[in-house]
Write a protein that binds this ligand. Structure first.
Ligand SMILES: [Zn+2]
Length: 108
């Protein structure tokens, strides 16, 4: 998977850049499918910031809904894991004061 946009906005100054500095692959864990682990391989470009006053000399492009800076999982997986962590008592003890509303939140 790769981004199709011609450029990207700098994470430091938000100015768009078209100057590709490097390319690399990122592997992201995603929500399981059919009970199996899913890995998304993303071909990412690193851009050089065009703003000479910006402290961020290079930056990596982000794909909305799929990548976030430095993350190794997709946002949907992060959200599901957060829900599990927040509602863990309800998963262990369904009869506890955490009712079905919590169990529904754990379902991905
Ligand atoms: Zn910048």
């Amino acid at each position: 998977m790769r981004a199709k946009a011609a450029g990207a906005a700098c994470s430091g100054c938000r100015r768009r850049s078209l100057r590709v500095h490097a390319r690399y692959q990122r592997q992201l864990a995603d929500l399981p499918f059919g009970g199996r682990r899913v890995r998304v391989v993303v071909h990412v470009r690193r851009f050089k910031c065009a703003n000479s006053r910006c402290a961020q000399s290079t930056f990596s492009e982000q794909i909305p809904g799929l990548t976030t800076p430095f993350a190794r999982r997709t946002p949907p997986l992060t959200k599901a894991l957060t829900n599990v962590a927040l509602h863990w008592p309800a998963v262990l003890d369904p009869g506890s004061r955490h009712d079905s509303r919590c169990r529904a939140a754990v379902t991905c």
